[in-house]
Every structure is written in C-alpha cells, then in structure tokens.
Write a protein that binds this ligand. Structure first.
Ligand SMILES: [Zn+2]
Length: 296
C-alpha cells in the first residue's frame, strides 16, 4: 500500500562557491544562473553529502530536490532522507526522536558549547560536522536505521549532547514540524500577556522567510505560579534589553518545532525547561538575577 507523500518542501540548501558553503533559499536562485553558477554545487542544508537540484517552474513555484539516486546520502536524522518520504516512516522518525532525548544537563552543556563554537567561527556557515556512514543505511528500513542511532546513545554526556542537531531559525519549515532541534536565532522582540488569567510569552526571532517564535508552554512552569512569575520577569528583562540595542541578542535553544495552525509559515519552538535556552549565553536564572543581558 502506498501512503501519500507528506507536504515537505525543500526551501534551503548550501551553495559551495569555491571557498565557502553558504546557505541559499530557493527564492534567490535565478533560472538563468542555475546551470552556470549552481549546478552540482548545491548540497543539503542539514550538511549531508546529498546533492540538490533546482527545478524552475513556469508558475514561478521553483523547487529544490535531491539529485536522482542520492536520496540515501542524507543523514539518518535528516528530514529530507529518502526514507521519510512517506507518512509512515516520517511518523516513526518523530516517535523515535522522542525516545532518544538527552537530559537537561546534557542539553544545557550542548547549548553552551554551540554558542562558543558559533562565536569562534562567527561568519562561517553553520555546517554540522559529524558524518554517518551513508552506505550502511541503503536499503534498510527506517526502524533499523533509527536503532543504529539509539545503540550509539547514552554513552557519555558529551556524546549525548553532541546528538543534538542545530539549525538556524530562518531555515525552519514544514519538514521540521514536530521534530526536536537545537535552534539558533536573533531576538526581534518579546511579547507577553494574559489570556483568561493564564500567562503567555513569546520571543520572536528575526527572519525574512518565515516566522519563528520561542514559545514557553505551561510545561515550562508546570502550573507553578512562582515559576510563571519568574518567567514573566525574565521575559520583561529581555524585552527591555531589545530597546535601542545595537548588537543582536543571540538565542540558542532546544525544543520541539511546531507549525502554528492556520498559518502558512509560522512556527513555535516549544521550550519546556529553563535549561533548554540561553540568551547571549546567559541562563534564564542569570538574567533574572542580574536584571540585564550582557554583551557577547
Ligand atoms: Zn540531508
């Protein structure tokens, strides 16, 4: 039985210009430039070896897709891996990812390390470095493929936190819906409020191609008024810090990506624990205690 293909469009890829890999959106590729400039030089935005091709359409809805026969060159946890091209396997990917989550301490140390690395290579594209042997996963089911990931897990904190895959907020799209990812972005503004007496808060990130918001669901404060209060205070400090600030405030966080219903391109990154987010490298507690966001 064939399942219907999920509506997952590839919108981003890496372009190797001879010296550096840069991220590139499908909207910024001109039909006339493709053959001369880009053909053979585009690879998966997840840092996989799979090459990407561009197909122009008369209606302007140009698209990116994996080169023929290179579908399995995507990494196992890449949402564009050929195995996840059907509904059943994609569901399995989502389920299996939930089972292999690192713990809070591992997440926080991964976020810290990520920021440190980002600052070191600030102007370079953020390319995941680890590689899986792609030959191993040819022609095996997604269940088996996932088991290989699970087998490797939980050996040490470092290994566990290295398992977190990072992406830039700008490159979030439907392919990542319901997946857990490390996300990097710059703060645009902070919104807080009360609905029916329940506090809510968002940190909206700067984006050109989509809308991504850091969202703090009730799980973050577990119905605890004191914790909810602290969250509100902390978000207000971040809000004030945005005013007239010249430099970007960088968020590194880890959470489930959720498409917002009835929107075309809005996504929440759900943060369910204070240890799953750093703001300019500061923890939520540090922000609350010092009352400000330090410069990086
Ligand atoms: Zn890939």
């Amino acid at each position: 039985m064939r399942s219907r293909k999920p509506k997952i469009r590839m919108e981003w890829c890496y372009y190797f210009d001879g010296t550096k890999k840069k991220r590139l959106n499908v909207k910024n590729i001109e039909k006339e430039d493709y053959i001369v400039k880009y053909r053979g030089k585009l690879t998966c935005i997840e840092g996989c070896d799979a090459r990407i091709k561009f197909t122009p359409k008369k209606n302007g809805k140009n698209f990116l897709s994996t080169w023929n026969k290179e579908g399995s060159k995507h990494k196992l946890n890449c949402p564009y891996h050929i195995n996840y091209n059907n509904v059943v396997n994609r569901k399995k990917l989502i389920e299996e990812e939930k089972k292999v989550k690192p713990n809070d301490i591992q997440i926080q140390s991964s976020l810290k390390r990520k920021l440190k690395n980002l600052l070191l290579e600030f102007n370079e594209a953020d390319i995941p470095k680890e590689k899986l042997s792609t030959s191993e996963i040819n022609n095996i089911g997604v269940g088996k493929a996932i088991n290989k990931i699970v087998d490797k897990d939980g050996v040490s904190d470092k290994e566990a936190s290295q398992r977190i895959t990072y992406m830039e907020a700008e490159t979030i799209n439907m392919a990542y819906n319901e997946l857990w990812r490390g996300v990097i972005g710059n703060v645009d503004n902070v919104q807080t409020g009360l609905t029916d007496g329940v506090f809510w808060g968002y940190i909206n990130l700067k984006n050109q191609y989509n809308r991504t918001n850091i969202y703090f669901p009730e799980a973050y404060y577990e119905g605890n008024e004191f914790k909810a209060n602290n969250l509100e205070k902390t978000l207000n400090i971040i809000k004030e810090s945005c005013n007239g600030r010249e430099n970007n405030i960088i968020i590194t966080c880890y959470g489930e990506i959720k498409h917002k219903k009835n929107t075309k391109n809005d996504y929440n990154i759900n943060i369910i624990n204070p240890m799953h987010i750093l703001v300019n490298g500061m923890t939520m507690d540090e922000i609350l205690n010092t009352g400000k966001i330090k410069e990086l």
